[in-house]
Ligand binder design. Structure first.
Ligand SMILES: Cc1cc2nc3c(=O)[nH]c(=O)nc-3n(C[C@H](O)[C@H](O)[C@H](O)COP(=O)(O)OP(=O)(O)OC[C@H]3O[C@@H](n4cnc5c(N)ncnc54)[C@H](O)[C@@H]3O)c2cc1C
Length: 291
């Protein structure tokens, strides 16, 4: 299969619609000029067209296999991922402090779009790794950042997100996995996770698993929230999960009213988001629309 990256269109969108020039005036993004964007996109196109895209069909013909507890990916994937790491593609938008290129997400998004279009099954590994990196940047300790980020950003290690359980898919309020502190800074984790993308593979030396689990002091009860357009009732892991999102029942995008904060408007900045940790996450539905 051939893939040609639509660089001209991407640069047009970046420069004429998304305002790359204005972004490059922001502190820290001085290097993100239109010329830099063009050079990065040209290189990304070469890599994705020549290395990643040809493996798409190969993945269909000879998919990953599991034997004796070991997952072997499609021939070619491992080498392509090595080149991906060495080329700095995992780190396009991540901080230079940890080995990334520190470019704006606007440029990284175009690179990711090429990767996704060239070979989605390959692209999922960097996608999940990006998630782990961003979680560590947001909530990791300095020691965790120093331990994990340079290796995740260089592509030596990859990352996963372990959220889903047999009884908890869309409804993460139903998560039962628990993490018990051992008193020495470590936790014992009990539970069952399923559907973990790139949870096992042979493309990196180590896989960092970020596991969603409840600590003994975590809030247990889910709280009912309501879409203020259709009055559907939703349960969220905690009130902190209340966020701006689309209501599954009425498709309005959306106002949520929790018991703690009964009537809040989605169009105002006063939306309830008690914890930044959850504010961008989706809320999940527990019952059908009553309207
Ligand atoms: C390819 C793939 C990769 C994945 N990778 C990961 C991963 O890396 N890490 C991870 O943690 N999980 C992963 N998952 C799991 C994924 O997040 C869950 O499959 C997803 O959250 C849905 O959960 P579920 O499959 O239990 O379906 P359910 O939540 O049981 O949903 C079943 C159906 O009911 C609908 N539904 C659910 N709730 C409502 C509601 N309240 N109102 C109306 N309709 C509703 C859904 O839209 C769906 O059609 C992956 C799944 C797939 C398919």
């Amino acid at each position: 299969m051939t893939y040609r990256a639509p660089i001209k269109d991407m640069l047009f969108v970046m420069n004429e619609l998304a305002g790359l020039e204005a972004v490059s005036k922001l502190p820290g993004f001085e290097e993100a000029t239109p010329e830099t964007a063009e050079a990065v996109l040209d290189e990304a196109a070469k890599f994705n067209e020549q290395v990643v895209a040809p493996l798409n069909r190969a993945g269909d013909l000879d998919p990953s296999s599991w034997k004796d507890g070991v997952v072997t990916t499609t021939p070619g994937f491992k080498d392509a991922f090595r080149q991906f790491g060495e080329g700095g593609w995992q780190g396009v938008l991540h901080p230079q402090e940890f080995g990334g290129q520190g470019l704006p997400k606007l440029i990284a998004t175009a690179c990711n779009e090429m990767l996704n279009s060239a070979n989605l099954s390959f692209a999922l590994c960097p996608l999940l790794t990006d998630g782990a990196i961003e979680a560590l940047l947001t909530a990791g300790t300095d020691e965790q950042k120093a331990t994990f980020l340079p290796k995740l950003i260089s592509g030596e290690w990859t990352g996963t997100m372990n959220l889903t359980e047999p009884q908890a898919g869309s409804d993460l309020a139903a998560v039962r996995t628990r993490a018990e502190p051992q008193g020495d800074g470590t936790y014992k984790v009990f539970g069952t996770k399923i559907f973990i993308t790139y949870g096992e593979h042979d493309m990196a030396k180590n896989i960092v698993h970020l596991v969603l689990a409840r600590t003994p002091t975590a809030p247990r009860a889910s709280r009912a929230s309501r879409c203020s357009s259709c009055r559907s009732s939703w349960s969220t892991p905690t009130a902190a999960a209340v966020s701006a999102t689309m209501c599954i029942a009425c498709r309005s995008s959306t106002s949520w009213a929790s018991r703690r904060a009964p009537r809040q408007c989605c169009s105002s900045a006063t939306m309830a988001a008690p914890s930044a940790r959850w504010s961008a996450k989706r809320t999940v539905a527990s019952s059908t629309c009553s309207s």
